[in-house]
Write a protein that binds this ligand. Structure first.
Ligand code: AMP
Length: 361
């Protein structure tokens, strides 16, 4: 494992695995600091390529291409959590990798993730490991219904999960998630979903942004509102959990931690070891955005201030909604971000906008 002990100077290159909108916004933020990005992604039309100094179009298991990439960059980071373990491990021997491989592995497996978080004394939904129908039946007997069955790995935006209600047949539910290794979680009756966006530097400095309230539609994030309708006590608890999790993971970079709120109770749902959609409002409402913060962190720079200058609602533009660009571009106090994706499939994240209002609290 290599680390960074002196800040990478302007003119350095950050290598990013993955070429979607998160990599694109990281590259734009890096550009402002005089830092170049080299994007490594298998898809020839990746949105990040258009704004980056260099690209490698290759598979994540093409070790010759990975080696050549590692030699051309000063630090490696990633925009998605499903980087294969072998890929991250291989790169780790050639270049500093941030966030580190251990944190990545914890976040990739829902059982490891929940075991780790509950080991810190932080509440998570009751959970049990599921490897087949017998263990699913035993897990339902222990946890009760309703519950949520999720694949251990590779789930996102509600994919790879199904709810177990009173009438659900366990075998059918297990088949629905593809019969893969899974986790059964007790259903949390939450009032609000929130997230903590935090950053940690190589020397261990931590910064936490204000806590957004998140609304999902069809399991996809639709809006993040800051400040959210949560009490100051809940916000403090959430930020404290964020601080403890990022420090215990020995994490470097920006992390997104999704949480449920019921009354005063905060329950951690999952960790995303990367910049996060519910942090996009920081681009226009804060002194330093989550994207710049991530670049600063992985490059060994001092972290920036997460101070918020305005109240803000971030709205995702999914599929055809991006056709609203002309109307949104004409609106004062709306900051529009489009990802350069050519094809607007239903539910696809095409862009977002931040609507700012003067800060009230
Ligand atoms: P996830 O893939 O874990 O982020 O879950 C996607 C969404 O499903 C969450 O944002 C929640 O709205 C819902 N969800 C996930 N897990 C639970 C749970 N244990 N109890 C209630 N709702 C859940």
């Amino acid at each position: 494992m290599r680390t960074i002990t002196t800040p990478l100077p302007p003119g350095s290159t950050v290598g990013i695995l993955g070429g979607g909108q998160l990599a694109r916004m990281l590259a734009l933020a890096a550009g402002r600091l005089g830092i170049d990005c080299h994007i490594y992604a298998p898809e020839a039309n990746s949105p990040a390529f258009a704004v980056s100094a260099a690209k490698s179009v290759a598979a994540y298991d093409d070790f010759a291409a990975l080696e050549a990439f590692a030699k051309q960059v000063d630090v490696v980071t990633y925009e998605f959590e499903n980087v294969p373990g072998d890929t991250a491990g291989f790169l780790d021997r050639l270049a500093p990798v941030a966030p580190g491989v251990a944190a990545l592995k914890t976040a990739q497996d829902r059982i490891a993730e929940k075991t780790f978080i509950s080991g810190l004394g932080i509440p998570v939904a009751p959970f049990a490991e599921v490897s087949g129908i017998a263990s699913l039946e035993a897990a339902i007997a222990r946890i009760g219904r309703p519950a949520v069955l999720k694949t251990r790995r590779f789930g996102y935006d509600g994919k790879g999960q199904t709810k177990i209600c009173d009438a659900t047949d366990p075998a059918a539910a297990f088949a629905e998630i593809g019969g893969q290794p899974a986790i059964l979680e007790g259903f949390v009756r939450f009032e609000t979903e929130i997230s903590v966006i935090a950053a940690r530097s190589w020397p261990g400095e931590v910064r936490v942004y204000d806590v957004p309230e998140n609304h999902h539609e069809n399991h996809i994030l639709k809006t993040s509102t800051v400040p959210g309708r949560i009490s100051p006590a809940v916000a403090r608890t959430a930020m404290d959990f964020g601080n403890r999790i990022i420090a215990a993971l020995d994490y470097v970079g920006v992390i997104g931690i999704e949480m449920f709120v019921s009354g005063d109770q905060v329950t951690v749902n999952e960790i995303a070891p990367r910049v996060h959609n519910s942090g996009h409002w920081t681009m226009d409402a804060c002194a330093v955005s989550q994207f710049e913060q991530h670049i600063r962190a992985v490059c060994g720079w001092p972290l920036g201030s997460p101070e918020r200058y305005a109240d803000v609602v971030m709205t995702n533009l999914l599929g055809d909604e991006a056709q609203r660009w002309r109307e949104l571009a004409a609106e004062p106090r709306v900051h529009l971000h489009l990802y350069g994706k050519r094809e607007a499939r239903p539910g696809r994240k095409m862009g977002h906008f931040n609507r700012l209002t003067p800060r009230q609290t």
